[in-house]
Design a protein around this ligand. Structure first.
Ligand SMILES: Nc1nc2c(ncn2[C@@H]2O[C@H](COP(=O)(O)OP(=O)(O)O)[C@@H](O)[C@H]2O)c(=O)[nH]1
Ligand SMILES: [Mg+2]
Length: 461
């Protein structure tokens, strides 16, 4: 445990930015929350100090009597709160100064600054949330697209917990049967080995499906970095502007116009994308352009998806091929022929065939908008993000590793079964699988794991 959960903790629960946010919330949780709040809050009239009622008043510095903010106070007594402890929220004005002073007063009155995720950690420890729901809260907050938020909500509704919990319960049933045979083989009816292995295989198959779908979930959650690369003047900046539907980048007919890496955020088919417009890659004597080109090469090497743009009015040339050869094997690649409007005769094969590794190709006009729909569809397809609508629940990275470990352990159990080994050989791996699934939902989890999970949360959550 990072810290004792009997401390009273406090944090600003809302985003803090100068001049922004009409409301800011300071939140306290712990046994002293109510006492601390009552020392700092002055409510006029006869307002009753009751749980789940809003009080109106002022936060006042008890040392000087100075009014710090006009605020609403919400008291939620245990166990009817997010953490199942006494919780107090001060709803004051946004910005940074007043809310910062309220927090300082609360700390001076005896609360401790909350660590990232500590409120959620308490909610988990007090049985308010299982681990998958707690993680879904964090995912909802960081969601960058509507689809990602929907996926997080499914997790928050317990979809993942139910699915993993059911698989774990089924494994426990099998484990109980097998373990009983280890100890009391003679006293029990004999076990149908084929039925057990069929059940284990079915559970393993479901786990493998979940592991598979986790990749799509990761795409929705984290989004993709898409680098637009190509020779100078092929229309990269025009394409960035076209896809972002605004004039983000400067476009001229002078080669070497873009010198810096430009980013533009957009959502395509529910997937958050960061588009990178890069300097055209060529030999250049200009030191500023050289720096830009170095950034382009980095983007080419590290993007999830590379849109390699070339000019159809010139056709595919050696420099294009040289760039194509630099795309790492692991990245998705889409070849985009631009300026189809100026290409004259529709040329058949512009790009030499690449055997089985032939990347997808589309033809567009970044200037006039032709082929952009097809490009967007191809972009989602080439990174495996085309069909995310059916995705109901998705494991995050931590959960995926555990599900994969459980599936591997079940694979070993099945092998032991196939080799006709005695029951106790099956049960070792079966128990490992049960443990891994329990770690997903938090039923079997160590403090170190909890600390790792919750420390990734934002402060105040
Ligand atoms: N005909 C035609 N010209 C284009 C198209 N896209 C871009 N251009 C022109 O090509 C030149 C270079 O465009 P720009 O986007 O700056 O290319 P970059 O250097 O690759 O970023 C500009 O004059 C653009 O107007 C297109 O689809 N068709
Ligand atoms: Mg440019």
């Amino acid at each position: 445990m990072r810290f004792n959960s009997t401390d009273t903790i406090a944090a600003i629960a809302t985003a803090v930015a100068p001049g922004e946010g009409s409301v800011a919330i300071v939140r306290l949780s712990g046994p002293e929350a109510e006492a601390i709040a009552s020392r700092l809050f002055v409510a006029p009239g006869q307002q009753p100090w009751e749980s789940h009622r809003i009080l109106y008043g002022h936060v006042v510095d008890p040392a000087t009597g100075e009014r710090i903010d006009e605020a609403l106070l919400l008291l939620m007594r245990a166990p009817r709160s997010f953490t199942r402890q006494d919780v107090v929220e001060f709803h004051g004005h946004g910005g940074v100064v007043a809310v910062g002073r309220v927090l300082e007063l609360v700390l001076a009155a005896g609360a401790r600054r909350a660590l990232p995720g500590e409120f959620s950690q308490r909610a988990f420890l007090n049985g308010r949330l299982d681990l998958t729901r707690a993680e879904a809260v964090s995912e909802l907050i960081t969601a960058r697209s509507r689809r990602a938020a929907q996926l997080a909500m499914a997790g928050l509704d317990g979809g993942l917990q139910r699915q993993i919990g059911t698989l774990r319960a089924r494994l426990l049933d099998q484990l109980a049967e097998l373990e009983a045979r280890v100890d009391f083989e003679e006293d029990l009816p004999s076990l149908d080995g084929a039925a057990v292995t069929a059940e284990l295989a079915a559970i393993r198959a479901t786990l493998l499906q979940l592991v598979d779908a986790a990749g799509q979930g990761a795409v929705l959650r984290q989004g993709l970095r898409v680098a637009i690369v190509g020779r100078p003047n092929v229309g990269k900046s025009s394409l960035l502007n076209r896809l972002s539907r605004r004039e983000r980048a400067i476009v001229t007919d002078l080669p070497g116009t873009t010198r810096d890496l430009l980013e533009s955020e957009l959502v395509l088919g529910g997937v958050p994308l960061t588009l990178l417009d890069t300097a055209g890659i060529r030999d250049s004597g200009d030191p500023v352009e050289q720096l830009g080109i170095a950034l382009s090469r980095q983007a080419l090497a590290s993007a999830d998806v590379v849109l390699l743009l070339f000019d159809l009015s010139h056709g595919w040339c050696d420099e294009d091929q040289a760039l194509r050869d630099q795309v790492p094997d692991g990245s998705a690649l889409l070849l985009v022929g631009n300026k189809v409007d100026a290409a004259g005769l529709p040329c058949g094969l512009v790009v030499p065939p690449d055997g089985d590794r032939a990347p997808a190709q589309v033809r567009i006009s970044a200037r006039h908008g032709e082929g952009i729909d097809a490009l967007e569809a191809a972009l989602l397809r080439c990174c495996g993000a085309a069909d995310l609508q059916g995705l109901q629940v998705a494991l995050n990275e931590r959960q995926r590793d555990l599900a994969a470990a459980a599936a591997a352990a079940l694979g070993r159990s099945l092998e032991a079964a196939e080799q006709g080994l005695p029951w106790d050989f099956w049960t070792i791996d079966l128990r490992a699988a049960v443990r891994a699934l329990g770690e997903i939902t938090g039923e079997e989890v160590t403090e170190a794991v909890l600390d790792r999970v919750f420390s990734r949360f934002c402060i105040g959550k």
